[in-house]
Design a protein around this ligand. Sequence first.
Ligand code: PGA
Length: 253
Amino acid sequence: MAKKIVAGNWKMNTLKEDAQKLASEVVNMTKDEVPSDVTLIMCTPFIHLSQVKSLVGSSSNVFVGAQNCYTKTSGAYTGETAAPMLKSYGIDYVILGHSERREYFKESNQELAEKVDIVLANDMLPIFCCGEVLDEREANKQEEIVGSQLEESLFHLSAEDFSKVVIAYEPVWAIGTGKTASSEQAQEMHAFIRGLVEKKYGTEVAAETSILYGGSCKPSNAEELFACPDVDGGLIGGASLKSRDFIDIAKSY
Ligand code: PGA
């Protein structure tokens, strides 16, 4: 069975005190309300990672993630953050290939393959985002697009390494727009993704790969989305900035 995961992508939001408050609330509410078989991850801006990591402590089901990292391990790359640095702060997960990174920072599938490698080499787990933009959906090209994102950034991995990857399917037209994919659309794409993984790595790896849905997921629609057989959780943007909403989403299982 794939692990159930609800990951919050804070994006470039929260000041120091907001981050502290939000993270403490999430940790406390998780203890009281969230079943222990659901993994929660807070993916915070780099600058808050160390603070949030200290607040989380050694919780057994709350983890901390970064939203990106660089392709090199150290050196003269002003302004970048390396995977070993994240590891040295006890960070567990790294989001890679979010559509905002692909769009604004021109991250390519090839560059993302390098980032996936460096995250795995540093014993952290990638949350790899894939998804089509609206034009591609309207042209019915979603499978082709997502297929090549997986093929070019992930399918060079060994089965052992691939089994550490979390996939997030995020139709770009649903991100931050309030327009969620219907549960049928989500299920269809998740089943497609699991099928590709199965073809490449076999039934067992495919069954154990967590495939999260992302894009305007909120307490009011999480239950329906998570009820889909191939949806193993969510990558939550806007709603992860409110502890009550984030926890209610996590409780939707
Ligand atoms: P959203 O963002 O939940 O605000 O749509 C999801 C994401 O970008 O990961």
